[in-house]
Design a protein around this ligand. Structure first.
Ligand SMILES: Nc1ncnc2c1ncn2[C@@H]1O[C@H](COP(=O)(O)OP(=O)(O)OP(=O)(O)O)[C@@H](O)[C@H]1O
Length: 326
């Protein structure tokens, strides 16, 4: 795969506490990758680190490349061109990302000026086109609205228009629908899919909801305590989940058909950074734990094309495959 973005052994710590413990991830041009996991597992920090958006106290090591160009430690001028240009990011709460005292059209025009050098009537016409593209009704008039005059869903569409202004090759959408009503959530997710098809950009969708990610993405990465514990194409993940944590997330999904049942919750909680076990971080919550789980952190084992899991059960399956093939 010729990756658009490659993360290699990406590690982040704050005040000596590890938040990311070695992320390896490729995003191909045009693909949609879902990043899923419980709150605090490092989904947002992964992309904030790659884009140089973490506070100075964060210690970041490893590598994050955009078509071979290293982003970690890159000059501010390089990062300014990448951020909001080749890689755009939208966040959960559009109200806090938009400037409340600048009309929304002006905010889109500013992004067009920064990333495409557009000004005046050309920028205004392009801003209107972007509003049309993201489904803001009565776009010409809405350009002059203030953020507080629009609903949360409309403001998220404005954020998406700002993100599209730089013609990104990758859009990172960090819980883009969490703050919205359920019906609006579905509309925004559909919009992101449509835009990906229209523009050919890649999409990284961050969510704590495996169902949301499964509907919208080609591939899913399951994160736990600062690591990717399993990644696979969506269909494969549902057919052959290997990591017990993935199984736990799948068990927590409501069934598509059949009677409603109580959602299975995974007992226990994620270990705190200062109390990380020596072996597998999920072991204390794992029903399939064995003594070997406590010895060392399991590495990612390839199981099928695009499918890897970091669990000693996967290690055992990998060895079994090698023995059969020999
Ligand atoms: N600026 C910061 N200073 C200190 N710790 C931080 C900072 N930002 C993130 N962290 C820590 O890094 C870890 C990963 O956080 P991150 O926000 O990436 O999690 P997440 O998986 O995106 O969770 P959520 O779904 O709640 O957004 C958490 O333990 C968090 O407390």
């Amino acid at each position: 795969m010729n990756a658009l973005v490659s993360l290699r052994n990406l590690r982040v710590s704050f005040d000596g506490q590890a938040a990311l413990r070695g992320i390896d991830l490729d995003v191909a041009p045009g693909e949609a990758v879902g990043l899923v996991g419980e709150s605090g597992c490092g989904k947002s920090v992964t992309w904030l680190a790659a884009l140089g958006l973490l506070p100075a106290k964060a210690r970041v090591t490893g590598s994050a490349t955009l078509q071979g160009q290293e982003l970690l430690g890159a000059a501010p001028a390089v990062l300014d061109r990448v951020r909001g240009g080749r890689i755009a990011m939208i966040f959960q709460d559009p109200a806090s990302s938009l400037n409340p005292v600048i009309r929304i059209g002006r905010q889109v025009e500013e992004a067009l000026r920064l990333h495409r050098g557009m000004q005046g009537a050309a920028a205004r016409a392009e801003a209107k086109r972007l509003f049309d593209q993201v489904g803001i009704p009565d776009a010409a008039r809405r350009l002059d609205a203030w953020p507080h005059e629009l609903s949360g869903g409309q403001n998220q569409r404005v954020m998406i228009a700002i993100a599209l202004a730089g013609r990104p090759e990758l859009l990172v959408a960090d819980e883009p629908t969490t703050a919205l009503d359920v019906t609006i959530q579905a509309q925004i997710l559909t919009l992101l899919q449509d835009l990906r098809r229209e523009t050919g950009m890649a999409l990284v969708l961050i969510s704590h909801d495996l169902g949301v990610v499964a509907d919208s993405c080609d591939r899913v990465c399951v994160m736990y305590a600062g690591r990717i514990v399993e990644q696979a194409p969506v269909a494969r993940l549902f057919e052959a989940p290997t990591h017990p944590y993935t199984n736990g997330l799948l068990g927590a999904l409501p069934p598509l058909d059949g009677p409603r049942r109580r959602l299975a919750a995974i007992p226990g909680s994620v270990p705190e950074p200062w109390a990380m076990p020596k072996g597998c971080a999920f072991a204390p919550r794992c029903a399939e734990r064995s003594p070997a789980c406590d010895i060392a952190v399991p590495g990612a084992v390839p199981l099928a094309p695009g499918h890897q899991a970091a669990c000693i059960r996967a290690t055992a399956m990998g060895l079994l495959k090698e023995t059969v093939a020999a």
